[in-house]
Write a protein that binds this ligand. Structure first.
Ligand SMILES: C[S@@+](CC[C@H](N)C(=O)[O-])C[C@H]1O[C@@H](n2cnc3c(N)ncnc32)[C@H](O)[C@@H]1O
Length: 489
């Protein structure tokens, strides 16, 4: 991977298609003709019906699709959400005649909700605005904006902070579970998927009076399947593990919103992490820390508790302009009428802007040699050369700064992870910072709200953030000579 002669830090090979991706591509090709026919039949049926039945208009939702307690904590979703795991895959389905579904017109504008880790809403809205979505505004645990289909693909490709890109396809007041069924039946799913795709539905709620989210989930799924069976003669089968199409139902106090998930797997999965180390940060939270810290990618960056290297690998991609999703598959690639050529063009354009050299040092230390091994392995899988980020076994309490000034962004061990004999860790580390790091901006995420007191440092700012289930703060300290002098007096 090293290319020391040219000084390049990034290897820009195109990643070979994964077996899974190739398989789904073939499946899509095989099913394409059939799908087109079914969709055309559906369209004709729609025309007839339009004359008879008023369709519920889709209106912008003003609430969030994810409840506070379960946002971005997929492992905890069971408490607040329901997916149709219990639904069995159906038996082999009969052949049906299908015709072409409507491709989203390039000029059609969709309302979008992008969830993110709690605490990053403002940063995400700013990121979306920088990507050209001018109306992006923070919402509860996410951000809202409008985009055409190309914009939706770009948001998936470029966003470092979003967890998903959800396109709102229906919204209506609901009082009873049957209203959900009706809303799902009236939504034109055949535009996006049909019997040739597998489906997963997830449900989440905030203050919804509905008795059972599981039943609401089932009603939504039944509504989707009823519509497709009625129009196309077949219903999609359910696959909760690797579905082609994902739908999210969000219930508020008095309304239901249906979202088409265009991302597939969560966007924090960039595709390079295999070695997790101890308590790794999610990649979009790591990118969020860098954004909140105000790190200037032209300046030195250090993580003295780097673990498997998440913050620093994210940072290298930011500095090089590598789009967050450049080497991963997305849910929209498995939907009906995915325009593979247009998607390739978007990615080619993105690749053409990637820089191949880092201008400033990026350095990581960890006490644990296995963590450093994991970080180096992740570095290689992120297509970065071994010399791009310097990962070394080292103790934060004694580590020297790699430059006279720069940014230190870190996620040290906290809570039950703090080794028992390390009670002096904070004061010892703080001593090192005070003696050797003047001119450095230090950003530390911790669930220990007493951290500044233990370090005897006054934070310039503190941002409330969630790291999974943990209520945390990102403390920002400015290491100026004065802070050391003040403590000595
Ligand atoms: C919460 S983990 C960091 C996880 C990392 N952000 C990631 O995404 O993989 C904290 C790390 O600090 C390391 N550590 C603990 N004490 C240390 C010390 N005195 N100096 C350097 N590293 C230390 C642990 O080995 C652990 O890998």
């Amino acid at each position: 991977m090293t290319d020391s002669k040219s000084g390049k830090t990034l290897t820009l090979k195109k990643k070979a298609a994964t077996p899974a991706a190739t398989e789904s591509g073939e499946r899509r090709k095989r099913a394409g003709g059939r799908a087109r026919q079914v969709a055309q039949q559906g369209r004709e049926r729609d025309k007839l019906r339009a004359a008879k039945t008023p369709v519920t208009p889709s209106q912008p939702d003003t609430t969030s699709p994810v409840p506070p307690a379960s946002r971005n904590q997929e492992s905890r979703q069971d408490h607040h959400t329901h997916s149709n795991d219990s639904v069995q895959a159906e038996a082999a389905r009969p052949h049906v005649a299908v015709r072409r579904a409507r491709r989203p017109a390039q000029t059609e504008i969709f309302p979008v909700f992008a969830p993110c880790p709690q605490g990053l809403e403002e940063a995400l809205a700013a990121e979306m605005q920088a990507l050209g979505f001018e109306d992006a505004e923070p919402a509860r645990a996410g951000c809202r904006f409008h985009a055409d289909w190309s914009g939706i693909l770009r948001a998936n490709l470029y966003s470092r902070l979003a967890t998903r890109i959800l396109v709102q396809v229906a919204h209506a007041p609901v009082q009873h579970e049957d209203d959900i069924l009706e809303l799902a039946q009236q939504t034109p799913w055949e535009r996006w998927f049909g019997a040739e795709q597998t489906l997963r539905v997830d449900t989440s709620a905030i203050r919804s009076p509905m008795q059972s989210l599981q039943y609401c989930n089932l009603r939504a799924k039944d509504g989707i399947c009823d519509r497709l069976r009625e129009r196309e003669g077949e219903r999609p089968s359910i696959d909760t593990v690797r579905p082609d199409a994902r739908v999210h139902l969000f219930l508020s106090e008095d309304s239901a919103t249906l979202y088409l998930d265009t991302s597939g797997e969560s966007l924090f999965k960039r595709g390079w992490r295999l070695d997790k180390g101890e308590a790794p940060l999610r990649e979009n939270l790591a990118a969020g820390l860098l954004a909140l810290s105000g790190w200037d990618p032209a300046q030195a960056l250090l993580d003295p508790f780097c673990g498997s290297g998440t913050i620093l690998i994210e940072a290298a991609w930011i500095a090089l302009g590598v789009p967050a999703g450049i080497w991963r598959p997305f849910g929209f690639e498995r939907l009906r009428n995915h325009d593979a050529r247009h998607w390739r063009d978007i990615k080619d354009e993105a690749r053409s802007h990637i820089a191949t050299r880092l201008d400033s040092p990026i350095v990581g230390y960890d006490l644990n040699p296995q963590a450093i091994e994991a970080a180096r392995a992740n570095l290689e899988r992120a297509w970065l050369t071994p010399d791009s980020i310097r990962f070394e076994v080292g103790d934060a309490r004694h580590a020297a700064p790699p430059a006279s000034s720069g940014w230190l962004v870190t996620n040290p061990p906290y809570g039950e992870r703090l080794p028992g004999d390390d009670v002096e860790l904070w004061s010892d580390w703080a001593q090192n910072l005070k003696h050797h790091y003047s001119g450095w901006q230090v950003s530390v995420i911790s669930s220990d709200l007493e951290l500044p007191r233990q370090m005897r440092l006054k934070p310039r700012r503190r941002y409330p953030l969630h790291n999974g289930a943990l209520d945390c703060r990102l403390f920002i300290f400015e290491m100026v000579q004065a802070s050391y002098r003040k403590e000595k007096q």
